[in-house]
Design a protein around this ligand. Sequence first.
Ligand SMILES: [Zn+2]
Length: 243
Amino acid sequence: MNDAGQKDTKNGRKEWENELWSYLAAGDGVKCPLQNFCLLKSAKQVKCFNDLIGTEYLSNVYKFVDNDSVQFPRDSVEMDPTCFQIGRVFELVFRLAEQLRDGNWDRSLPVPDNLIIKDGYNFPIEIRYIPLKAHHGAIWRLEDCWLIHLNKNDASARKRFTLYHEVFHILAHGECSPVFNKTPNGDINFNEVLADHFAANILLPRETVAAKWAETKDVSRMAAIFDVPRPIMYMALKIEGLV
Ligand SMILES: [Zn+2]
């Protein structure tokens, strides 16, 4: 994608990035804020995320995504066409991930887990590894920094993924309204899905993934090369139409 034609705006961000934050600021964090004027939905090409909230389908997908003991080729999950692939907000989050990665990445694999935002996002982040019972990670706003808790008991690939997931929440918090709302009944909410989308796209550069997949054709080997949880690798391949 070429941003050459996009002028920087007053706050120094690209227009598309401000567009992203304006959507998130307008939403409640639970639903996609574009539901009333989503072109995809009216064209009935794909399922809208908002129609999936609270469904068994969505909770099955997210149980799968969270499960580090899946094994391939034994395990799989259905993935209907949804706005994850082509929805505007997802596209903007993809561009954000790409922008933040490519400015600081030397093209080594796996993509390092310390590419955190050296330019223009002025917030120190401290990371602590502690045993967590029910979660992979959490963020806290301290007086002079952000604190990310990562679950000490998780595998390294999961910690890397959780780290970037939490970084997305921090970025969103800095750029628009607070993002701490949790869906009360434990349903998967829009902000959580976007945070996963951001983390997956930082750690899994699409062209490199496609090239390695052509060589390996093996989900577990791919997960090892990119050092991401196996289900995340699988979902990324699925979204790209490679499995
Ligand atoms: Zn989260």
